[in-house]
Design a protein around this ligand. Structure first.
Ligand SMILES: [Zn+2]
Length: 364
């Protein structure tokens, strides 16, 4: 199998364009056309993980966190990142990161947490803006289904639980082709009137290229009249954090014990239990403290994430319980999520879960 078989699949699940602006997801080391035999899945890249790849015969590592994150000015031997880069290149190990793009899709990092906690009715806590466009195209009446179906198949027209969504209105299109034209309908040099349909569809920006290509291919005209409008609508399917509900409420202290068990935690740093019961749960894998006010606005009883700072705990403001479970602990099951997705899609290829505990934080 080629590296690109895996990267194309991962990017159809969590498109790179959905990563945050500061991020560095994608193929960090390696060449897409290279062949590979086995891939190792980890949360972080460390020297021990690269050694594990070598020992287990893995020639690709798929990590959640990109280890090359800031500008590198030299690759020596004194810093661990340098040593990882040198070792990976020396032994021909490709390294791929699927980071905030996997945080931002509704079937990603937070989906796994919702599964672990048995939450229902989940939705994105802070949906992303400016990820959608509207495409309007004018099609001769007889060809409208052809063009529309091609656009749907390429990813246009999905809204929440609905797909194949479009708006259509009939009208008259006019045109006159010049001497070098080759009109599908009518004759060049003649002013033509044609019964056309104006079709409008929503398209996620990351699918725009595919949808336009499919539209132009399916459209009978030499010149396809269309326009693309960026929208400021929020995309409910994409964004940071999630909120969901327990099947039935639990006493707050019981819920914390449940959380500890389900997420395999040693410790929870939490604020006072200002709610007697927990029913609505907001959560964000990794560093999610920036979402606290979204969680309060959604009337969540508890907000679970990692990396909360001392002063930020005060912002609970007696309105919500904050539970800091640790960055690593909140995301470690992402390894299983990636493994499940890959093994379902590539049934004959060998994927391994890393056994290295990459958490840099130890508890006494
Ligand atoms: Zn993280």
């Amino acid at each position: 199998m080629k590296i690109k078989d895996i990267t194309h699949f991962l990017e159809s699940w969590a498109p790179l364009s959905l990563q945050e602006s500061y991020d560095n997801s994608g193929l960090l080391i390696g060449e897409e056309s290279d062949s590979i035999n086995q891939a190792l899945i980890t949360l972080d890249i460390t020297e021990s993980v690269i050694d594990e790849a070598l020992d287990s015969g893995s020639d690709m590592i798929i990590a959640h966190h990109p280890f090359i994150f800031r500008g590198i000015k030299q690759i020596g031997n004194t810093h661990w990142i340098d040593r990882c880069i040198r070792k990976a290149i020396k032994h021909n190990i490709a390294i791929y990161a699927i980071h905030t793009n996997l945080d931002n899709v509704s079937t990603g990092v937070n989906f796994k947490i919702s599964e672990k906690l048995g939450l229902k009715n989940t939705s994105i806590l802070q949906p992303k803006k400016e990820t959608l466009s509207k495409v309007t195209v004018f099609v001769p009446f007889a060809d409208k289904e052809n063009v529309l179906q091609a656009m749907f198949a390429a990813g246009a027209g999905s809204v929440g639980n609905y797909d194949q969504c479009s708006f259509q209105v009939e009208g008259t299109g006019t045109f006159r082709g010049n001497e070098t034209s080759n009109p599908t309908i009518g004759k060049k040099g003649k002013y033509e009137h044609v019964n056309e349909v104006r079709i409008e569809v929503l398209v996620p920006n990351y699918q725009l290229g595919n949808v336009l290509k499919a539209m132009i291919k399916a459209h009978p005209y030499e010149e396809v009249a269309h326009y693309i409008q960026p929208l400021t609508n929020v995309n409910q399917e994409v964004g940071s954090g999630m909120v969901g509900e327990l099947a039935s409420p639990m006493k707050s202290d019981e819920f914390l014990s449940y959380l500890k068990k389900q997420m395999n935690l040693q410790v929870i740093r939490h604020t006072r239990l200002v709610k007697n019961e927990v029913k609505k749960v907001a959560f964000c894998g990794g560093s999610g403290s920036f979402l606290l006010h979204n969680a309060i606005r959604k009337n969540a009883d508890i907000f679970i994430t990692g990396d909360f700072k001392y002063h930020d705990f005060f912002e609970a403001n007696e309105e919500i319980i904050i539970a800091d479970i640790g960055h690593y602990e909140s995301e470690v099951f992402t390894k299983e999520l990636i493994l499940d997705a890959l093994t379902k899609n590539f049934t004959k290829f060998a994927f391994r879960l890393s056994k290295v505990d990459t958490n840099p934080i130890k508890y006494l």
